[in-house]
Design a protein around this ligand. Structure first.
Ligand code: C2E
Ligand code: MG
Ligand code: MG
Length: 682
């Protein structure tokens, strides 16, 4: 057996790691576990670390390294080396066995966990350096030391080309010198800088990149290197621009869209620099655009819109905005007009005329030569009053509508009274919608008398009493009800109320023979189930249909002629009568009237008003009466206010009258009292 001293001498010659000074104390001071092994792995001597491990139950050679030791001692292996991990994977160890002579070998077991971590970190760093992000490392003076393949892909410069150069080679020239100064100041101060920057590729192309530069300091705190990580964002930037353009621009004309317009308008009215100035907003709508679109096709329509956009831009100064809201609607926003309202208005007027004449010039759309005209609504605003953008747009829209009403191809300024009418109307519509359920309607009755003054019938006239007690005239709300479709439920209510009233009158001998006329609107009459509705109500209330008279106007009869005649005949066949209301104001021909199952013509009150003095009214009334006679129809005059009118009518052959001379429209109980008393209030 060799002594430890001999072994030490041998070790010194083969194991450089154990170095020059080889003493027991030195070996004991080492963290590695070191042992001198004999045949069969017997431990001949060991240092403190080894002994501690054995003592702690962790024999360094327990991990199946015995055969390696044996092979080395048997001279089968020149040396044995192995690495292994702890079961939990957290620690790593290496074991090395080298022969000293044929009887002894030196084993070194060490913990290599820390070393492994460093290696892994380096691998990660190396991989990261190969990643998609471009990397550039320079020395403290900015001279480039390394770049990665991604850098080469982005910039076009190979590592060999760029090494030793400074990043100035990438400069796009788009940023002023201060930009770079601030960047380097930030790096010196904060240790890093991050931002977007325009750089130039080797092929000259300028591109946007996201750049992060970090200063690396040495142990003394001096900057030793700079590391730059860069990402080419030209693609995502293009995508961003695309999104931005879709969000704020009209794709057809490239003009700002509604959102951008409102944004700018908001900005203009809020900008304090222009507070003393007027601005103008013009709403431009093409006349008959829909017709052109429908007849020549959308492609031609699109071309027109594009050319209109160009012409509008041509009419404006730099700084003014023209936007397309959609369809054929454009808006022009003009800023910085005069601070005097009249002057601002005439400036706007001048621009309006310029736009009108520009858009009136003929268009060449593909092979089509077309003309198109605009209607323009303008509203002035004073920035100091901080108007709301939405309100301004609505005002310009209202004015445009006025321009349309006034015959198109013109311009109108917004007029506050008009707006008040419009909002009052909106209010009225809202109230009208609730009037039925709130039971605010009443049917009043105006008596109709014969030549002897005896009551023969009545006309039901609708009344709307609002909650505050005010009465709304049917002249005001019937047209609105027709436009909004509310006339259908309202008309149904009138019809049912009339049937209920006739039923009630049947039990009263004074009223049982009274005819009841009601007014039926065109849209109500054209409801497909109107005839069924009348039939059902007549049956439901058990009334004599011969006492129910429907007043139609010529307007109803002129449209959908055949259908109207069919419906009228169906109702006539069950006994219902028809009167033609407001007769003389329309255009019905005698030929046409002959085909209608009418029972009465109602001379419009406009002919009655001046009947006594106006000879042309006399002529008209005479003709109507003659016409009624030839068609074998009754004739009644409405709006009879004086005895002179009544006498004149009687003389001409009209023997039925309705008007204030006899009674206003009154409630059902009042009518009952009136009729029972013999009718005539005088
Ligand atoms: P209309 O059917 O021609 O009714 C006659 C209108 O002349 C009534 O006005 C009546 O009050 C008024 N009037 C009667 N006598 C005189 C007179 O001596 N002098 C003058 N100046 N006027 C007289 P009202 O009640 O305001 O009705 C206006 C119009 O509203 C009616 O004209 C009718 O077209 C419509 N209307 C009324 N009630 C209804 C209804 O229930 N349904 C439908 N669809 N329309 C109705
Ligand atoms: Mg009437
Ligand atoms: Mg009438």
């Amino acid at each position: 057996m060799i002594s430890l001293a001999q072994a030490r001498a041998a070790v010194a010659s083969v194991e450089s790691e154990l170095c020059t000074v080889f003493s027991g104390a030195t070996l004991d001071a080492l963290p590695e576990q070191i042992a001198l092994l004999g045949r069969g792995g017997m431990v001949l001597d060991a240092n403190a670390a080894w002994r501690d491990a054995v003592h702690g139950g962790r024999h360094p050679l327990e991990h199946g390294h015995q055969h390696g030791v044996d092979a080395v001692l048997a001279g089968q292996l020149p040396a044995y080396h192995a690495e292994y991990g702890s079961i939990d994977g957290r620690n790593h160890y290496s074991v090395s066995v080298v022969p000293l002579d044929d009887r002894a070998a030196l084993a070194i077991h060490r913990d290599i966990t820390a070393q492994r971590r460093v290696e892994a970190a380096l691998r990660v760093a190396a991989t990261a350096f190969e990643a998609a992000q471009g990397m550039m490392i320079s020395d403290a003076d900015g001279y480039i030391l390394h770049v990665n393949p991604a850098f080469t892909r982005i910039t076009g410069y190979s590592a060999a080309e760029i090494a030793g150069k400074t990043p100035r080679i990438l400069s796009s020239g788009r940023h002023p010198a201060e930009f770079y100064q601030q960047m380097w100041q930030a790096i010196a101060r904060d240790g890093s800088w991050e931002g977007e920057i325009w750089n130039r590729r080797k092929n000259g192309e300028i591109y946007p990149e996201h750049l992060r530069i970090t200063a690396v300091r040495d142990q003394q705190g001096r900057i030793s290197n700079y590391v730059a990580a860069l990402t080419d964002i030209s693609l995502s930037k293009a995508a961003n621009d695309e999104i931005r353009s879709l969000a704020f621009y009209d794709p057809l004309t490239q003009l700002p869209n509604r959102r951008l317009l409102l944004d700018r308008l908001q900005h203009v009215v809020a900008s304090s620099t222009r507070h003393d100035r007027y601005g103008a907003l013009m709403f431009i709508d093409l006349d008959n655009f829909k017709t052109l679109n429908d007849t020549l096709g959308h492609n031609v329509g699109d071309q027109l819109l594009q050319q209109v956009a160009e012409r509008l831009q041509g009419c404006l100064r730099k700084g003014d905005t023209v936007a397309r809201l959609g369809g054929d609607e454009f808006v022009v926003l003009v800023e910085g007009l005069s601070s005097a309202p009249r002057a601002a208005a005439s400036e706007t007027e001048a621009l309006g005329s310029k736009i009108l004449s520009s858009l009136n010039r003929p268009y060449l759309l593909g092979t089509h030569r077309c003309r198109s005209t605009p209607s323009i609504g303008a509203t002035l605003f004073h920035c100091g009053e901080s108007p709301l953008p939405d309100d301004l747009l609505m005002q310009a829209d209202i004015a445009m509508y006025q321009a349309k009403q006034a015959g198109r191809n013109g311009m109108r300024f917004f007029d506050r009274q008009m707006q008040e009418r419009i909002s009052a109307r909106a209010q009225l519509e809202g109230d009208l919608r609730q009037a039925l359920e709130r039971q605010q309607f009443a049917l009043h009755y105006q008596v109709q008398v014969d030549a002897q003054g005896r009551p023969r019938g009545a006309e039901g006239l609708l009344r709307w009493r609002r909650d505050d007690g005010s009465m709304v005239s049917p002249l005001e709300f019937i047209p609105l009800a027709e436009e909004t479709g509310l006339i259908i439920p309202i008309g149904h209510w009138v019809l049912e109320t009339a049937c209920a009233r006739l039923q009630e009158w049947q039990s009263d001998p004074a009223l049982a023979q009274l005819m009841l006329a009601i007014n039926v609107s065109a849209s109500q009459f054209r409801q497909p189930d109107f005839c069924e509705e009348v039939q059902r109500l007549v049956a439901q209330y058990g009334i004599n249909p011969g006492l129910l008279k429907l007043e139609l106007t010529e307007g109803v009869l002129l449209e959908m002629v055949e259908e109207t005649i069919v419906s009228m005949c169906r109702l006539r066949d069950i006994g219902v009568r028809f009167a033609l209301d407001d007769f003389g104001t329309g255009y019905s021909s005698l030929q046409y009237l002959k085909r209608l199952p009418l029972s009465q013509l109602k001379i419009d009150q406009s002919f009655v008003r001046d009947l006594v003095s106006d000879s042309s009214d006399q002529a008209i009334v005479q003709t109507i009466i003659a016409m009624a006679a030839s068609l074998q129809l009754d004739v009644i005059a409405e709006g009879v206010e004086t005895e002179a009118q009544r006498a004149q009518l009687e003389k001409m052959g009209c023997l039925r009258y309705q008007g204030y001379l006899f009674s206003h429209a009154v409630s059902a109980p009042q009518l009952r009292a009136l009729v029972r008393a013999g009718g005539l209030a005088g």
